[in-house]
Design a protein around this ligand. Structure first.
Ligand SMILES: [Zn+2]
Length: 454
């Protein structure tokens, strides 16, 4: 990774950013927290938000740096709930504590701390600053917080931080599984990008070239050294962190998670909504996304083997459900009423009539030979992805996150229904090929069966 190119990419992204004015990525960057805070927030006071672990890893140094720069600081807010996760009730709790005074929150932590602080600060009507403690996910510079509310995992729109500090000394020292999770969240942009390619080609959602370029131009270089990420190699972690931050900027630019999130994230969100836990704890976001990435890519590989240009459009449209059929499908697919409620709403939002489906499939027939070539050139094969995830220290089989093959098989159908975004899951449903693809993937000699037997 060429450092001057990284710097250029970051500076270009900052120029386009609506919320984030400063980003410092490098070794020892935490020491600059105070000066950066003053440059962004003037004479306002600060309050560090962390959990016990992230306070020890960075929060204490952040506080010292603020004090050294003459920033007035309040007693840090240490979120010590052992069940702390990105749930709306924790946002409300933090919002109440922040609303007691005028201090600007400085989040020292990774995904959960950042998302909680981002939304709580917004609800208090003020900006905030983020200090990353791990290269574990892409939300630091993103517009919006990924929060579970009423059992529904959703992106709640709120501004990105005014300033972000990513200190490589802190990040490289974070627990290895955190950076492995971030590796998976970054490599997930490959199938996520493929989903955007098909949505674009079918006229469902055009690609934003600016956001595409921020995420995709250097993506394959950022994920090229999974073994080095596992070793905590500074260069590899710096590249990964740059990739995660650039992805966040792409979301900030689009005001949407589309550049970063496709079907692979729907698997992860689904398991969150189902309250999935393994070994008595919730599973890291990136670890669920790792399995989602393989699930999405394997479905692509099934579809890419099929001549969709020869699809029997009339036959597919005759079997396409009407409103009553849609309701049946939702009830058949989900057991939990609160997920059914979400699924009804999301399925309705992306429903197309039989006529609209016929038009879309007609377009698919004409673009498929070229689209398939582009997808084949772009995607990383699932077996290679599996090896890369393994080398990075991320899960490569669903059993490693407590999901058995039967559940994974069901998850394809469930995940398709929980978000309106058009992905490979919708391509499989709308071409009437989902059942057939799933049958193949989970057959005794199918790709999933072979992958877990290896
Ligand atoms: Zn993610």
């Amino acid at each position: 990774m060429d450092p001057s190119q990284s710097q250029q990419r970051i500076e270009a992204a900052l120029k386009l950013a609506s919320d984030t004015r400063v980003l410092r990525l490098g070794r020892g960057a935490v020491r600059e927290t105070g000066e950066i805070f003053r440059a962004c927030f003037g004479s306002r006071s600060a309050v560090v938000v962390a959990d016990a672990n992230t306070f020890a890893a960075a929060g204490r140094d952040v506080l010292d740096a603020l004090v050294r720069a003459g920033v007035a600081t309040n007693e840090p807010i240490i979120l010590d709930d052992p069940e702390l996760h990105a749930d709306y009730r924790h946002v409300e709790h933090l919002q109440q504590r922040c609303a007691a005074n005028e201090a600007v929150p400085v989040a020292a932590g990774s995904g959960t701390i950042n998302d909680l602080t981002k939304l709580a600060a917004h609800l208090c009507g003020r900006g905030y600053m983020a200090v990353a403690t791990a290269a574990s996910m892409d939300g630091y510079t993103a517009y919006g917080a990924s929060i579970t509310r009423h059992g529904w995992k959703q992106t709640i729109f709120c501004p990105a931080p005014v300033a972000v500090i990513a200190d490589l000394d802190v990040i490289s020292a974070s627990p290895g599984e955190m950076n492995a999770a971030g590796y998976a969240d970054l490599i997930a942009k490959v199938p996520a990008g493929a989903d955007w390619m098909i949505a674009d080609a079918l006229g469902v959602e055009p690609i934003d070239p600016q956001a595409w370029s921020m995420v995709q131009d250097a993506l394959k270089a950022w994920v090229a050294r999974p073994d080095a990420v596992r070793r905590g190699d500074f260069d590899a972690i710096a590249g990964q962190m740059e990739g995660l931050l650039m992805t966040g900027f792409a979301m900030q630019w689009c005001k949407s998670s589309r550049p970063a999130s496709g079907a692979e994230h729907q698997f992860s969100h689904l398991w969150d909504m189902q309250g999935h836990r393994y070994d008595g704890r919730t599973v890291l976001h990136g670890f669920k996304v790792a399995i989602g990435t393989l699930a999405s890519t394997r479905l692509y590989e099934e579809l890419l083997q099929r001549p969709l240009e020869l699809l029997d459009i009339d036959g597919v449209c005759r079997a396409w459900p009407d409103a009553a059929g849609l309701e049946d499908a939702v009830i058949r697919t989900h057991e939990l009423e609160q997920i059914r409620t979400v699924a009804r709403q999301e399925m309705k939002a992306k429903y197309v009539s039989r006529d609209e489906l016929a038009a879309r499939l007609g377009r698919l027939q004409s673009v498929w030979p070229e689209l398939r070539r582009r997808l084949q050139a772009y995607l990383i094969p699932a077996d290679a992805l599996q090896a890369m995830l393994r080398e990075a220290g991320a899960p490569e089989t669903p059993a490693q996150i407590g999901i058995d093959l039967d559940r994974l098989r069901r998850s394809y159908y469930e995940a398709q229904q929980i978000r309106r975004r058009f992905t490979v899951l919708d391509l499989a449903m709308q071409t009437g090929l989902m059942d057939d693809c799933i049958e193949r993937l989970f057959a005794p000699d199918g790709a999933w069966t072979r992958a877990v037997d290896r």
